[in-house]
Ligand binder design. Structure first.
Ligand code: SF4
Length: 326
């Protein structure tokens, strides 16, 4: 189904949207939906791209979310052939999820009906939901930018430490949930050296990840300001690399092409040596990809056929997860 046709079928007031990465022609994602149970994000990553649109504020459940999601599902407008990303602009497992359980409720609605779901998160809490994820058409990609706890706490002050995320990946993998890694983004000078990249790749691989998507940091005025406030020693170099030598591409300052390619090739070489499938995100180098998709959606197993009427959740949870099909 073409993008416009999928979009047209949805209506205003919906919470499920056709994924549109700010219209970037460099995006190589397959056609898919995006669903964000929360707005704002308590992980407060300095480099967050979404804050230019939604501001910097803690995670809050979307207004009238449950009623709107049920309406989207029950109206039959969602094409079950397309997968649903949860989530693309507000992490689905912020600390608040422990209390609200909104993402868990979302999975309880979507997975027993046979929808395909790709979780994108930094929240170690995702492992809590492995009982649901392991029985449905679901995969998880975890973002880890560095294994250095101190550096991670400066870059992603509200997110769990990297070792907790790795532990969560392992728990999911052991439960039978396919998992991938987002090494996204890589920062020049901070996390682009061979040791830093290898450390993340090795930790996630050992925990069960077999796919990685990599990107370089792209600067927007608001996220660059936050990064330079936290790392004033990078000011001169970053302003030169991004503002003077780099390129303004589709709403972002990119690093110079040669440097970007060099970083991505380094990551690919290390990833391949560890047996990963490799992809990049909004970089414009699709020839570097060895994975069938750039977002990891090929990891989603086909365990259940789509079915409009959902049975009892207890029956869904009582199923033997077994081996994924497809
Ligand atoms: S977890 Fe994602 S949405 Fe949340 S602040 Fe970090 S980059 Fe932004």
């Amino acid at each position: 189904m073409p993008h416009a046709a999928a979009k047209k079928k949805l209506r205003s007031g919906r919470v499920v949207n056709v994924f549109d990465p700010w219209s970037s022609p460099l995006c190589t994602c397959p056609l898919k939906y995006s669903l964000n149970p929360y707005t704002g994000c308590s992980h407060f990553c300095l480099y967050c791209y979404a804050t230019a649109y939604i501001g910097v504020k803690p995670s809050t459940p979307k207004k009238d979310y449950k009623r709107r999601l049920l309406r989207d599902i029950e109206s039959g407008i969602l094409d079950p052939r397309l997968h649903i990303d949860i989530a693309t602009s507000s992490d689905p497992y912020p600390p608040e999820e422990e209390r609200y359980r909104l993402t868990r409720w979302t999975l309880e609605q979507l997975l027993p009906r046979g929808y395909k779901v790709l979780i994108i998160t930094k929240g170690a809490l995702v492992a809590r939901d492995r009982d649901l994820l392991a029985r449905g058409n679901a995969a998880v990609t975890m973002t880890i930018t560095t294994m250095d706890t101190g550096l991670a706490s400066r870059l992603e002050p509200g997110a769990p430490p990297p070792r907790e995320r790795v532990r969560s990946l392992r728990l999911l993998h052991e439960a039978g949930v396919p998992v991938g890694l987002r090494l996204d983004p890589i920062f020049p000078e901070l996390t682009d050296d061979e040791d830093s990249i290898r450390e993340v790749l090795e930790a996630a691989r050992e925990a069960g990840a077999r796919f990685v998507v990599v990107s370089t940091y792209k600067a927007r005025p608001d996220n660059l300001r936050r990064v330079l406030e936290a790392f004033p020693e990078l000011r001169e170099r970053y302003l030169r690399l991004y503002r003077r030598e780099g390129r303004w591409l589709h709403g972002y300052y990119y690093l110079p092409d040669a440097l970007r390619r060099e970083i991505l090739l380094r990551a690919r070489r290390l990833a391949e040596s560890l047996g990963y499938e490799f992809a990049t995100c909004r970089e414009g180098f699709p020839e570097l990809h060895t994975a069938p998709t750039c977002d990891g959606s090929h990891l989603i197993p086909r365990r259940l056929e789509p079915r409009p009427r959902v049975g009892r959740l207890e029956d869904y949870l009582a199923q033997d997860p077994g081996q994924p099909r497809g």
